[in-house]
Design a protein around this ligand. Structure first.
Ligand code: HEM
Length: 145
């Protein structure tokens, strides 16, 4: 594999979590179906994030633990684990058995907190790639600049 698989997989949780939080906020003002759709998106985001985490751990293992990039990678991981936890709590709070209920204010607040940590983690992920060149092939033309 010439490049990491992690950037390909992260789009699924990023997109679904982001839309879930938007849906949660919108559910305060619109039809209750929106809150249900947000719940489905949360399920997809929370599951696909686990796949992204596995591939992220593979990439983490390739970074020299003494390098400055390792510190950023650990911060990225902690932020994403925090985001995942908030989204998982938000999902749990709207479940009645296996049925998705309308999100209450605590579930919506947890979803918003998840998004804040997701954005911070994404910022750190971008830093790893675009500032430290993590996952970029050494012979890439971009690296010679
Ligand atoms: C155990 C958890 C994780 C670890 C150890 C980890 C580690 C990494 C590493 C080493 C990179 C830079 C190399 C690469 O792009 O492959 C990276 C980039 C990134 N990660 Fe993660 N990651 C984890 C989970 C996640 C999850 C769940 C998401 C999304 C919800 C995510 C979003 C990103 C993003 C957006 C980038 C930047 C990719 C780019 O701009 O090309 N990461 N991560």
């Amino acid at each position: 594999m010439k490049h990491p698989i992690h950037p390909m997989l992260v789009h699924f949780p990023v997109a679904t979590w982001f839309l879930a939080t938007l849906g949660d906020i919108a559910s305060l003002f619109t039809h209750e179906q929106v809150g249900w759709v947000a719940g489905v998106l949360l399920v997809i985001g929370t599951m696909t994030a686990l796949l992204a985490m596995v591939t992220g751990l593979v990439e983490l293992g390739k970074i020299d633990s003494q390098s400055p990039a390792a510190k950023i990678a650990n911060q990225h991981m902690i932020l994403i684990l925090t985001s995942w936890s908030f989204y998982a709590v938000s999902l749990f709070l709207r479940l009645d058995g296996t049925q998705l209920e309308q999100p209450g204010s605590l579930a919506i607040a947890s979803s918003v907190a998840g998004l804040i940590f997701l954005c911070s983690a994404g910022w750190m992920g971008g830093k790893l790639v675009y500032e430290y060149g993590v996952g970029i092939h050494p012979s890439s033309p971009d690296r010679s600049q």
